[in-house]
Each structure stands twice: as C-alpha cells, then as structure tokens.
Design a protein around this ligand. Structure first.
Ligand SMILES: Cc1cc2nc3c(=O)[nH]c(=O)nc-3n(C[C@H](O)[C@H](O)[C@H](O)COP(=O)(O)OP(=O)(O)OC[C@H]3O[C@@H](n4cnc5c(N)ncnc54)[C@H](O)[C@@H]3O)c2cc1C
Length: 475
C-alpha cells in the first residue's frame, strides 16, 4: 500500500494538464492541496494501527491486503465495513472523504463487464481483471467520470443538436478507440491517478456511439482538466484541522482522446449503458449512506456545542432539533445497512447493494440537506456570519473588546468561542460551504434521480393488491 508521501510524489510526476483560473497549473498548486490532504487521510488511516482494520481489506483477486477504497465488495460484511469506513473518513475530513468515487466505479465495472461478456462473449471482464489487479497493487485513486455535459436536458444523446454533448466514440481502430466529449463536476480529477469513464444514462439502439466506458491515467494525452478548487477559509492564527481540507471538481475534456483496447470496458453495447450507470449509482448511493450520516454528525455536533457555549443547551427547541437530526442521520445509515444486508450477488461475485434501500437513503439525505443546515443557522445566531476578521481578534486595541463581548457561557474561554464561531462561519457562509451543500443535494444523483430509481424498482402493484384484499375488491 502507498504512503501519503508516495501518493504526493506520484502526483508531482504527472504531466501538467490541469487548468485553473486561466493558467496551466501544477497538481500540487496550493489551491488543490486541500483536496490532496483529504486523500492523505485515506492512506494514513490504512497504516494507522487503530483504524487499519476498517480502512484495509483482502483483495478477492490477489488475496493481498489492500486499501479498502480499492476493494471490490464480495460479501455483506464488505459492504457494511465500507459504509462504516466512509462515515469514519467523512467525520475526519469534515465533509466528504471523496475516494469512494473510485471504489464505486470499480464495483460497477466488475459487475457489468462480466454481464456483457456473459451475454455477448466479449472480453471486457478479463480486461477489467488485469486493470483492477494493477490498480489495487499500486493503491490508486480513481475519479468517477460519469456526468456528461448533457446539453438540452429534454433530449436524448442522439437528439442533441451537438452530438458531443455526451462522451462518444468517434473512431475505432485496431489498437483502440478515439473518444470526444466532456464530463462535468468531476471531483478529484486534478488529484487522482485514473479517470474511470462510465455512461450517465440508459441508451437506445440509436445510441451505440455513446455506450462507452474506459479508464485512462488522469494526465493522459488529449485529456484536459479545467479545475475549480474550494476549501474553508485559510487561517492565520487559529489553525484547525478543518482548514487544511477541501476539494476540487473539474470539467474534463476528451479532445479526440485515444484509448487502447485493454482500457476499454464497453464499446457499443447500448443495452448495458443503463445497467452500468445504475450499478455505479447503487454502489455510490450506498456509500452516501455512510458519508451523509457523518455530515449530520457534524451538524449535530455544531448545534450541541453552540447551544452549550451559548448557555441554551437545555432548551426544548434545541433538544427537539437534535432528536430530529439523530433520526435523519440514523435512518440514512440504517438504509445503507439494509442495502448491505439485503444485497445480491452479481455473476462476477460482486455484492450489489439493494437499490431500493440505497436510493431511499440517498434521497432522504438529499432532501434534508438544507433543512439540516437551516437548523445550524438557527442555533448559530447571526454573529458567525458578521464576526470580525481573524486579524481583528489579535489587534492590540480591538482584540480585547472582541474577546470581552463575544463570551457567553463564562465557563467557555473567548478563544474556544472564537474557534467555534469561525468554524460555524466556514460551514454556513463560506463559498466552500455553498459548494458542499449543493453537493449534498446533487452529488451521486439529484433527488429526482433517486425518485426515478425507486419508481423503477418498487412494486406498487403489490401494494394495490394488499388494499384490494383488505377492501374485499375482487377483479
Ligand atoms: C460538488 C459536486 C460534485 C460532483 N461530483 C461528481 C463526480 O465526481 N462525478 C460525476 O460523474 N458527477 C459528479 N457530480 C454531478 C452530479 O452527479 C450531478 O450534479 C447530478 O447528477 C445532477 O446532474 P446535473 O448537475 O447535470 O443537473 P441537471 O441535469 O442540470 O438538473 C437540474 C434540474 O433539472 C432537472 N432535470 C434534468 N433533466 C431532467 C429530465 N430529463 N426530466 C425532468 N427533470 C430534469 C433535475 O431534476 C434538476 O431539478 C457532482 C456534483 C456536484 C454538485
């Protein structure tokens, strides 16, 4: 397994193809570092004796010990442990541990490449096996490169005025394929090793050229990454772990990119496009059932601590809010547990989380995002968004005034009150907070996408039969 230092060195050795703020930048640009620091947690935890059991697994392919983020789940236990690891990781990073993106893409590939081969006698699964063994041995990080530009949302890929609105194969040669298009919002693209590309949606027989899945190193020729980084505000005096973390999301351009056949996992099998998209979605929404409870954990911690520091911990509306949030957190988590316990086995042996439980959990999380943060804003009061800048707290003349007038509970020092309110400010009113609140709504699929997944998997006819029997209705 890699160390976080080794990972950082590997990033530094990559070909520069990341653009940000109008310039070609290095992968360890200071604005990208906060995302890299989150990745480092995943390497450090795998080496940490207290967390190694959670953050490592035994590969079903090589029988070797690997980082659990590189694992393809082949048991209920694996799914349960992945979910628990993600909740632990997201608590440590303060929001999203990010690396599960790659975990969920390799799980989807393991399922669907085998199913295509079973149906068509192709060799995608063998290619996947070669790929995954190298990926696990090198302890790599992959970005999940799924969301296409999509153009006019009311039109299918083959109906778009510009066919490049969904990533497509423009040419096939004896050595590989040439792809063109763009994928947007791609988290970690600027600090991952591999980009794994999956279709976004179900496809029809008119859409063979859009039925494409492949992996390329993130610095591959004719791949351009246009990055946007976000992080909590930098601290000058009050250094805190949260302010070392952050993330990056990118528009990834495939500029007639050549992909050799051994890295192509789907090419033209339109009837498996939706299967691949949904296999990833089920796995990723199961992962969300680990990370969103962690976000609710942080929300509850912020509220409980603010209430204590403000002297209102015992008030009814605070306790009511905490009970409600505990319910949301644990129902999301319980949906993930149910998805694992009621999972099924794919023909490849990969354990597939139950899609209904994974989707209802993710939907509950997405729909409650702003309500949960609204509760934090309520308890935080106004000062965290109007408080003076950090330097003013350390000004010789003004600092003592600020410290005197911001103390509320006399048992809590002025510095700790400052720390909490600045953290509340980061979570409620920084540009980073805005990005992550939208991510909690849309990442892994907007609530409407979970609705579609639930409606297509759920048996409402069965429910009608229940009522017909109760009502004595005989057809
Ligand atoms: C911070 C962040 C990180 C992300 N990371 C990744 C990542 O790593 N990899 C990745 O692949 N994706 C990633 N995503 C993308 C995410 O999966 C998408 O944002 C999500 O799937 C929604 O797609 P969209 O943004 O294109 O929204 P849109 O499709 O533009 O949706 C906007 C609105 O239009 C509605 N709508 C769209 N199409 C239809 C339709 N046909 N019928 C009815 N209503 C419709 C939606 O319901 C929604 O209300 C990330 C997103 C964010 C915000």
């Amino acid at each position: 397994m890699r160390t976080s230092e080794h990972y950082h060195e590997d990033l530094r050795a990559m070909r520069p193809n990341v653009y940000m703020g109008g310039k070609l930048v290095k992968r360890d640009d200071p604005r990208i570092m906060p995302g890299i620091n989150v990745m480092k947690i995943t390497f450090d935890m795998a080496k940490d004796p207290q967390n190694a059991e959670l953050f490592t697994a035994t590969s079903q392919y090589t029988k070797k010990k690997i980082n659990r983020f590189c694992n393809v789940s082949d048991s209920v236990e694996d799914l349960l442990t992945k979910q628990k690891m993600i909740r632990t990781g997201a608590r440590l990073s303060g929001f999203c541990i990010q690396r599960c993106m790659g975990t969920d893409t390799i799980n989807a590939l393991s399922i669907v490449t085998k199913e295509i081969d079973d149906a068509n006698g192709t060799e995608y699964y063998q290619r996947f096996l070669e790929f995954i063994k190298g990926y696990q041995r090198k302890d790599q990080i992959a970005a999940a490169v799924q969301t296409d530009a999509k153009g006019d949302r009311s039109k299918r890929p083959h109906e778009q005025a510009d066919p490049d609105m969904y990533v497509r194969v423009v040419k096939q040669t004896k050595d590989g394929i040439i792809v063109r298009g763009a994928k947007e919002d791609i988290t970690m693209a600027s600090y991952c090793d591999e980009l794994i590309i999956l279709p976004t949606r179900t496809l029809t027989k008119d859409e063979k050229q859009w039925a494409v899945s492949f992996a390329v190193p993130a610095d591959w020729k004719n791949v351009h990454i246009i990055n946007r980084a976000s992080a909590p505000r930098e601290r000058k005096y009050l250094k805190a772990p949260l302010n070392t973390y952050g993330s990056s999301d990118a528009l990834v351009i495939f500029d007639d990119t050549f992909v050799p056949w051994d890295r192509v996992f789907m090419c033209g099998e339109y009837e498996f496009g939706g299967r691949m998209a949904l296999a990833f979605a089920a796995s990723h929404r199961h992962s969300y059932c680990g990370c969103k409870p962690a976000v609710e954990d942080i929300i509850m911690g912020l509220i409980a601590l603010a209430a204590e520091y403000y002297g209102v911990a015992d008030k009814h509306h605070i306790r009511e809010k905490l009970a409600h949030l505990a319910g949301i957190a644990e129902l999301i988590y319980a949906a993930g547990v149910a998805a694992a316990v009621d999972s099924t086995k794919a023909s490849s042996g990969t354990q597939i989380p139950n899609p209904i439980y994974a989707n209802v959990g993710r939907r509950l999380a997405g729909e409650n995002t702003y309500d949960s943060w609204g509760k934090v804003a309520d308890v935080a009061g106004g000062f965290p968004v109007t408080m003076p800048f950090e330097e003013d707290y350390y000004h010789k003349k003004m600092g003592p005034f600020i410290n005197k007038y911001t103390v509320r509970n006399p048992k809590v020092s002025a510095e700790n009150m400052h720390r909490l309110q600045r953290t509340l400010s980061d979570y409620l009113s920084s540009s980073w907070a805005g990005v992550w609140q939208v991510a909690d709504m849309h990442g892994g699929g907007s609530p409407v996408m979970e609705t579609i997944a639930i409606l297509s998997n759920y048996d409402f006819e069965e429910r009608k039969k229940v009522v017909k029997r109760l009502a004595g209705i005989k057809d």
